[in-house]
Design a protein around this ligand. Structure first.
Ligand code: GRG
Length: 301
């Protein structure tokens, strides 16, 4: 069983060589502008935890899938996550100036270029998965089904829907349990649930295993967001690499604003139990995921 750090190293090795090495300020016809490449790499290679692709690869290996064959799908998941962070930090969204321990993309490159860097990462993720799928015509159906899962998680009934609700609650002051649950599920948990379903699909798993891993991903993602809400109040901004205390300042609907610190901690405990229960059909091969749930509940970054 590998660790998150080991998977992160594999993912970083691939991400570092994903975009072309271009001469400074080049803007060749038919080629990628160097500025776009630099702004995309600025955020992509800024040293995130690589949790989503690590979990993707762990699920793939646990179910007997080929890591080398589908590594680009894991990288695509990280590209989508990085795009969402760039856009989330924009002045029209959360308006953040620090991310992953450095100035946010729009602070360095300007708002317009940051939007385009996000767009480039999102589109690039699908280009990467399509190229990977085209290299394996014998596994085309699996590859397409997995891509559909990832698109669903990132899409208009997934992460983007969650962000819409997040903005609406902040601006209109709406606050109820259903809205909070919607945000937690769609904005955050979908980007765990669906990539895990995609990994299981690529490994050739059956519906029962795909659903079980998806259920784990949803409970894990909800707990992950609840801990994020707690860290915004109790965490250390240097360790987190971003400005904290912004949720309250912006009137965000979070686990802490709704249930208080103790209530949010209770939610984390319940969600951990739910995540572990989803793994009941697996044996010790799923210990990576059990351990990850426990350590995530106590994470400080
Ligand atoms: C479509 C215009 C447009 C914008 C999309 C969807 C979206 C913007 C933003 C929502 C995504 C978001 C910021 C969700 C929050 C989830 C969360 C807690 C992210 C932090 O994840 P970590 O801690 O970060 O894994 P690192 O830096 O370690 O990768």
């Amino acid at each position: 069983m590998r660790t998150v750090a080991e998977y992160a190293k594999i993912v970083n090795g691939r991400l570092e060589n994903l975009l072309p090495k271009l001469p400074e300020d080049s803007f060749a016809e038919g080629g990628m502008p160097e500025l776009l490449c630099r702004s995309m790499n600025y955020s992509l290679l800024a040293g995130g935890k690589r949790l989503r692709p690590a979990m993707f690869l762990a699920a793939l290996e646990m179910l007997g899938g080929d890591l080398d064959a589908w590594l680009d799908y894991a990288c695509a998941v990280e590209m989508i996550h990085s795009y969402s962070l760039i856009h989330d930090d924009l002045p029209g969204m959360d308006d953040d100036t620090m991310r992953r321990g450095r100035p946010t993309n729009h602070v360095v490159f300007g708002v317009g270029q940051a939007i385009l860097a996000g767009d480039g990462l999102l589109n690039g993720a699908f280009e990467l998965m399509l190229d990977c799928a085209l290299r394996r015509p014998g596994k085309a159906e699996r590859a397409l089904r997995a891509m559909r899962e990832i698109a669903t998680g990132a899409g208009v009934s997934g992460m983007i829907a969650g962000q819409v609700m997040d903005l609406r609650c902040e601006r209109q002051g709406e606050a109820d349990d259903a809205a909070l649950s919607f945000i937690q599920r769609d904005k955050t948990a979908c980007m765990f649930r669906y990539p895990l379903r995609a990994a299981a699909t690529l490994a050739g798993a059956g519906t029962k295993e795909i659903d079980a891993l998806g259920a784990y991903g949803e409970a894990f993602g909800r707990a992950f967001q609840a801990v994020d809400d707690l860290l915004d109040v109790l965490g250390d901004s240097a360790a987190m690499g971003k400005t904290l205390g912004k949720d309250a300042e912006q009137g965000k609907l979070t686990m802490v604003s709704r249930y208080g610190v103790d209530g949010a901690r209770e939610q984390v405990r319940a969600l951990c139990e739910r995540a572990l229960a989803a793994l009941e059909g697996f044996g010790s091969e799923a210990d990576f995921f059990r351990e990850l749930m426990r350590s995530t509940a106590e994470r400080t970054r």
